[in-house]
Design a protein around this ligand. Structure first.
Ligand SMILES: Cc1cc2nc3c(=O)[nH]c(=O)nc-3n(C[C@H](O)[C@H](O)[C@H](O)COP(=O)(O)O)c2cc1C
Length: 241
């Protein structure tokens, strides 16, 4: 089987599974998949997400309670909580800055200098937003005016940046789920939950946001609720000429 055939099989095998086998399970699948999820792309390589691995039956029960007792979390062998961490932008920008310095040394090339500016100036400008949204409003006005003359990034407010962070977290989540499928295991993404309770349970800081919960296990036949339904591709994919 070549790579594209193997990938096709992984994508087609992945289903949202709502009931898992009570015993058949290998936690190595999760360990491997977390390592692969880390390789997912992230906006500006800021990597503003965390994954909380919930493995004991007692904690799974507590997380499942926050997920409204859904079958998929009730029967899960492990649960991953994907958390968006926009509040960690300083640490992540600093880590990237140190990485650039290590790579480029004392006399950075033009590309090195741009990268240094990117993480020391642009990232703080985008991510440093105040509670009342005043800075975001100022930035929005600036890009709107400047945008009349040339292309500008328009996503500059605090809310915009939260969306940016959630996008990257979701890409890591999807990489995790596809990897689980490749490992012969199953998952279900879950957003039907009480995010406030879940945040309290995991002791997360105020600005952390639950991106999604992923239940993990191996499917039983009743765990698939029906055939796949998709809107015709012709309605979803638009050719641009
Ligand atoms: C962000 C997100 C949140 C979801 N939340 C839930 C959920 O709370 N409970 C659930 O049973 N399924 C949930 N799903 C699973 C979807 O219902 C499922 O992916 C969709 O019906 C397509 O089925 P398939 O994944 O088997 O192809 C969620 C999926 C996504 C992407």
């Amino acid at each position: 089987m070549n790579n594209s055939e193997a990938f096709d099989q992984i994508v087609k095998t992945r289903r949202a599974v709502r009931k898992y086998h009570p015993a058949d399970y290998n936690p190595i699948a999760v360990t491997n998949s977390l390592e692969r999820a880390q390789l997912a792309p992230s906006s500006s390589n800021m990597q503003l997400w965390e994954m909380y691995r919930v493995s004991t039956p007692e904690k799974i029960k507590e997380v499942s309670f926050c997920c409204l007792g859904q079958n998929t979390t009730e029967t899960a062998k492990e649960i991953i909580v994907v958390v968006a961490r926009p509040d960690l932008w300083r640490q992540r920008a600093e880590a990237n800055l140190n990485h650039v310095k290590n790579v480029h040394g004392d006399r950075p090339s033009f590309r090195g200098q741009s990268a240094l500016k990117y993480y020391s100036k642009l990232m703080p400008l985008l991510y440093n937003n105040d509670f009342f949204g005043f800075r975001g409003l100022m930035k929005k006005i600036f890009v709107t005016i400047a945008g009349f003359k040339r292309p500008m990034v328009r996503q500059v407010t605090g809310t915009d940046m939260r969306i940016v962070v959630h996008k990257s977290a979701a890409l890591a989540a999807q990489t995790f789920m596809l990897s689980m499928s490749a490992e012969g295991h199953d998952t279900c993404p879950v957003e039907g939950m009480d995010s406030k309770r879940l945040k309290q349970l995991l002791n997360l800081p105020r600005k952390a946001e639950i991106n999604m919960v992923i239940s993990c296990g191996k499917r039983i036949p009743e765990g698939i609720y029906g055939d796949r339904f998709r809107i015709p591709l012709s309605e979803m994919v638009k050719q641009v000429d």
